[in-house]
Design a protein around this ligand. Structure first.
Ligand SMILES: [Zn+2]
Length: 188
């Protein structure tokens, strides 16, 4: 079994991450200054960072995680948890405020891994209404049968994320959101 993982960024970079000496989360945090500028944290305070997801080019898809390695949120020191909580509270606020009318909701997702090596993080997945309606795929865990207005729609978070291609327009949109969020977080 391979003891490393190939990490492919949507911007094209490829990294071989050794898993015996670290994890992908640690790798990203330790190399944050050498990554493409689009992955510069919009929030970087007291050991917590918020940055654009590096593997899926969905504009507004942010990850919150501690710089230091913790498998699970219940292992955080309380001060770290407080900063994490503060960051996620403001992230939801700022997404609602700045990301436009097309943003219908934000799905948050996290893993509480009980064994193995994991670097705790939470995803904030934006539900862009125009894309969901165009492809009839919603970024939700499930969609109740017969929901009015959602005939022939499916709930498929992974499938939805794959709809976004990295091109000039997507890049500009991600950069714009990064700027708005950075400005907001610098002022609070
Ligand atoms: Zn880690």
């Amino acid at each position: 079994m391979s003891n490393s993982r190939r990490l492919t960024f949507f911007t094209g970079e490829n990294y071989e991450v050794p898993l015996d000496t670290g994890c992908t989360g640690c790798f990203i945090h330790q190399n944050i200054n050498n990554l493409p500028a689009i992955f510069r944290p919009v929030f970087d305070r007291n050991g917590i960072r918020i940055l654009q997801d590096n593997e899926v080019a969905v504009p507004g898809l942010y990850i919150i995680s501690p710089i230091e390695h913790y498998d699970s949120i219940n292992n955080f020191p309380i001060e770290l948890y407080n900063t994490f909580s503060h960051a996620r509270f403001h992230l939801m606020k700022v997404m609602k405020q700045f990301l436009g009318d097309d943003l219908l909701m934000v799905q948050t997702h996290s893993e509480g891994r009980l064994s193995g090596n994991a670097h705790y993080h939470e995803w904030f997945i934006p539900y862009w209404k125009s894309i969901a309606d165009k492809y009839k795929i919603v970024p939700k865990i499930y969609l109740p049968k017969g929901r009015p207005g959602f005939d022939n729609y499916i709930a498929d978070i992974y499938g939805y994320m794959q709809l976004f291609k990295y091109n000039k327009k997507t890049k500009q949109r991600i950069q714009k959101y990064n700027q708005l969020l950075t400005k907001y977080f610098n002022e609070i």
